[in-house]
Write a protein that binds this ligand. Structure first.
Ligand SMILES: O=C(O)CCC(=O)C(=O)O
Ligand SMILES: [Fe+2]
Length: 202
C-alpha cells in the first residue's frame, strides 16, 4: 500500500513508499536485464536518441504490450497523476554500475526542440527505485536542496514545467554516482499530449 513520505510544493514533488511490491521490483529488474543496452539521451537539436557521457548507465525500453506488469503500472501511473495513459512514454528501466551517474539535467526539452513533436513536452517524471543501493545513487535536486535516497519499492513524482508550460528551472536533478553495488530504477516520462514514438513515426 503506497504511503506518502513527503511533498515539496515548489515542483509538486511527492515521495512515496510502497509504490511497488518486492515481487514487482524483482520482475522489473528481470525485464530490464532481458533488454539492456547502453543508455541514451534525447538530442536537443535532432530529437534523436544518442549516447552521451552525461548519462552513464544501461537501459531497457521493454514493450508494454509484452508484459502485463507494465500495463498494470501504466494504469496505476495514469490514476496517480490524473494524466491519460496515452501521454506516457515507454517505461525505461535503468541499471547503474559503480561510477554510473546521470549528471544534472532537465527531463523537459527547450522550447525549440524537435523532440516536442512527439506529444509536447515532458510535464511529469516518475522514478521508481527497484533495489537497495549499497553506496551513492541518490536522486538530487540542487535548486531545492533535496536529496532522495533510493529505497526499493519507493518512488518520486515531480513536475518539469512551470505554469506557462515552459521548462521549470527548479526541476533540475541528477542521479548521483553509484559508489558501491548496483542501482536499478524505472523512469516514466509523461508528455503534455498523446505520445508519438519517433521510431514508429519514422
Ligand atoms: O538516476 C536517477 O536517480 C535519476 C534518473 C533521471 O533523472 C532520469 O531517468 O531522468
Ligand atoms: Fe531525469
Amino acid at each position: 500500500m503506497a504511503q506518502k513520505l513527503f511533498h515539496c510544493d515548489r515542483i509538486d514533488l511527492t515521495c512515496w513508499a510502497g509504490l511497488l511490491s518486492p515481487p514487482d521490483c524483482a520482475a522489473l529488474i528481470q525485464i530490464g536485464r532481458a533488454h539492456l543496452q547502453d543508455a541514451t539521451v534525447t538530442d536537443e537539436d535532432s530529437g534523436e536518441a544518442v549516447s552521451h557521457p552525461q548519462r552513464v548507465s544501461q537501459m531497457a525500453w521493454p514493450k508494454r504490450e509484452q508484459y502485463p506488469l507494465l500495463q498494470r503500472m501504466a494504469a496505476g501511473i495514469a490514476q496517480l497523476t490524473g494524466v491519460s495513459l496515452d501521454c506516457q512514454e515507454p517505461l525505461q528501466i535503468l541499471r547503474y554500475l559503480p561510477g554510473g551517474e546521470y549528471r544534472p539535467h532537465f527531463d523537459a526539452f527547450a522550447t525549440d526542440s524537435p523532440a516536442l513533436r512527439c506529444g509536447g513536452n515532458r510535464q511529469w517524471t516518475l522514478i521508481f527505485y527497484l533495489n537497495p543501493v549499497e553506496g551513492g545513487g541518490e536522486t538530487c535536486f540542487p535548486e531545492l536542496g533535496l536529496t532522495v535516497v533510493p529505497l526499493p519499492g519507493s518512488g518520486i513524482v515531480f513536475r518539469n514545467l512551470n505554469a506557462a508550460g515552459v521548462r521549470e528551472p527548479l526541476a533540475l536533478h541528477a542521479g548521483n554516482p553509484v559508489t558501491q553495488g548496483e542501482k536499478w530504477i524505472a523512469t516514466q516520462w509523461i508528455r503534455e499530449r498523446a505520445y508519438v514514438d519517433p521510431r514508429a513515426a519514422g
